[in-house]
Design a protein around this ligand. Structure first.
Ligand code: PEP
Length: 250
């Protein structure tokens, strides 16, 4: 059985005070969940207090980005050592908003993925096509570039700690969800790609989440697809009741 992981991505939302209140509600709502790893990706300013609030709960904490270096002259950046020190376990990397607005290339994302693993943080590598890629028949090519580029130089052992999130960019924050069949097709493609890059065993073990307007009403059908192992949830993760419903439908 592959690990099911449902992770929230709050993006640039919630003050520290709001974040702590949100997770204090969330941890109660999901305290009996055993079959799903629950993760919240929160802004840097809230990570420390959120991690303290979630200590002894079954909810794990993710950062939404990080720099690959441990320290140095990188004004405004946050390092893996800083994240480890405050008990962060996951880090979302290569999100389409980082690729689109902050110029992150596959090469940059790959440096971050390798650094996360070297520091015992679990990367959630986001991959996915834009609408024009889909319309021009280039979905698989773009997804392959993201997967191959993001995972470059990783060993089979490294792969045990990597999560991939397939997020069609046209479905993020738009209310347009990929149909379960559309999502499953790409998830199957990604798993096949990992089998080619590594082997069947690795491909069968890796968690591949779906992200893109996932909500309580569509989560169950998406996550019940054979190759969909949970979700990366933006908007709906901001509301504890909604997020917990998604977790429980997994
Ligand atoms: C995301 O930001 O990763 C995401 C999937 O957002 P939303 O659920 O709001 O589409």
């Amino acid at each position: 059985m592959r690990k099911l992981i449902v992770a929230g991505n709050w993006k640039m939302n919630k003050t520290n005070t709001e974040a702590v209140k949100t997770v204090s509600e969330l941890k109660e709502l999901v305290k009996d969940v055993k079959n799903v790893e629950v993760v919240v990706g929160v802004p840097f300013t809230a990570l420390s207090d959120v991690a303290k609030e979630l200590k002894d709960s079954n909810v794990k904490v993710a950062a939404e980005n990080m720099h690959w270096e441990e320290k140095g002259a990188f004004t405004g950046e946050i390092s893996p050592l800083m994240l480890k020190d405050i008990n962060v376990e996951y880090v979302i990397l290569g999100h389409s908003e980082r690729r689109e607005y902050f110029g992150e290339t596959n090469e940059i994302v790959n440096k971050k993925v390798k650094s996360a693993l070297a520091h015992d943080l679990k990367p959630i590598l986001c991959v996915g096509e834009q609408l024009e890629d889909r319309e021009s028949g280039n979905t698989e090519k773009v997804v392959e570039d993201h997967v191959v580029g993001g995972l470059k130089d990783l060993t089979k052992e490294d792969m045990l700690n990597v999560v991939v999130a397939y997020e069609p960019v046209w479905a993020i924050g738009t209310g347009k969800t990929a149909t379960p069949a559309q999502a499953e097709e790409v998830h199957k493609f990604i798993r096949g790609l990992i089998a080619k890059l590594y082997d069947e065993e690795t491909a069968n073990e890796i968690t591949i989440q779906y992200g893109g307007s996932m909500k309580p009403a569509n989560a169950e059908e998406l996550i019940s697809q054979k190759n969909i192992d949970g979700g990366l949830v933006g908007g709906a993760s901001l509301i504890p009741e909604d997020f917990s419903k998604i977790v429980k439908s997994a």
